[in-house]
Each structure stands twice: as C-alpha cells, then as structure tokens.
Design a protein. Structure first.
Length: 180
C-alpha cells in the first residue's frame, strides 16, 4: 500500500491533490495498489482528453445521452400535438364543465318529463319529487367524485358515512352540490 507522497511522486502531482483527485475518480488510495491507481488515473485523463469526462468527474457521454433522450421525448410530444393526439387540459376544462352542467340540467328536468309522460300514457300519477330524490342522490355522489382517481372524497364535517348510506337507499340531500 503506497503512501500519498509516493502516489504524488509517481503521478507527478502535489501530495495535497492526491486524496481529492483519487476520490473524484473513485479510487481509495489506502486500499489500491500503485498499478491500480496509475491505471485509473491514466484512464481518467484519457476520458477528459477525449471529451468523455469533465474536469469535475462528470461523465459527459452519459449527460449527452440524457439530453438526447429529453430532446427526443419533447419532439415526440410536439409531433403528437401536431397530429392532434394531445389535448390541452386548460382548453378542454371549460368545455367539459359546460357539458357536465348541461347534463345536470337535463337530468333534473327529466324527472318532471317522466312524471308527465307516465301520467299521460298510463294514467298513473307519479310524484316528481320522489324521482328528484334519486336524481339528487346520484348528483350528490358525482359531486363527491375525486378526479385524482381515489374514488369519492369525504364530505366536509365527517358526513361521508351518512351520505353514502343515503345514496344506497336512493334518498339524498335535496340540495345537490353543483357539478362543475
């Protein structure tokens, strides 16, 4: 096992630079032989000279590969955007909100239409409020839907258990939370 002074003399450098320089190239001077140290030092110098390694030990080839990968991914996204395969969520959101709002309005008006239709066709009187309870329960369930994919989010004030029990029996709050 050579000393730092012997390594410095062998590699033609200052003793103060030995441990710092060898640590940068991954050699423990206390465990390595003089041949191992010399070979690692020469390989590091060659890598620096060929442009594969920076002075601070950064592997430039690896960095170039990473940069090329990012550039390729960006170009793939640009191509997909030009092919209209990507959707800008900020542009899509207002349209989805309008669609869901229109669906909610249509769903709420359906109960009155259904009650009138049943009365006209079959002479059966159906209370539209009863139908509305089921519709409001369904809308309340949708209003609690968590877009992040975790199912439904709990209502404020710990009402999630009571709300889900109401939803199962078809009776929910009359004041459904607006969707959108």
């Amino acid at each position: 096992m050579p000393t730092q002074q012997e390594i410095a003399a062998h590699l033609d450098m200052n003793q103060s630079e030995v441990s710092r320089h060898l640590a940068r190239i991954g050699i423990d001077w206390k465990l390595a032989t003089m041949d191992q140290i010399r070979i690692a030092y020469v390989r590091n110098l060659r890598a620096q000279a060929s442009g594969h390694r920076s002075d601070d030990g950064l592997d430039l080839v690896k960095e170039r590969v990473l940069t090329e990968r990012v550039d390729r991914e960006l170009k793939l996204l640009q191509v997909a955007e030009k092919k209209k395969l990507l959707v800008n969520v900020e542009q899509l959101e207002p349209e989805l909100v309008a669609m869901v709002t229109a669906f909610r309005v249509e769903l709420l008006s359906r109960d009155d239409k259904l009650a009138d239709e049943l009365s006209a066709l079959y002479g059966v009187t159906v209370d539209a409020a009863l139908l509305n309870e089921y519709t409001y329960a369904a809308l309340a369930q949708l209003a609690r839907y968590d877009v992040g994919g975790r199912g439904t989010r709990a209502s404020s004030g710990g009402e999630s258990q009571a709300a889900s029990e109401d939803d199962h029996d078809g009776v929910g709050d009359r004041e459904a939370a607006p969707i959108g």
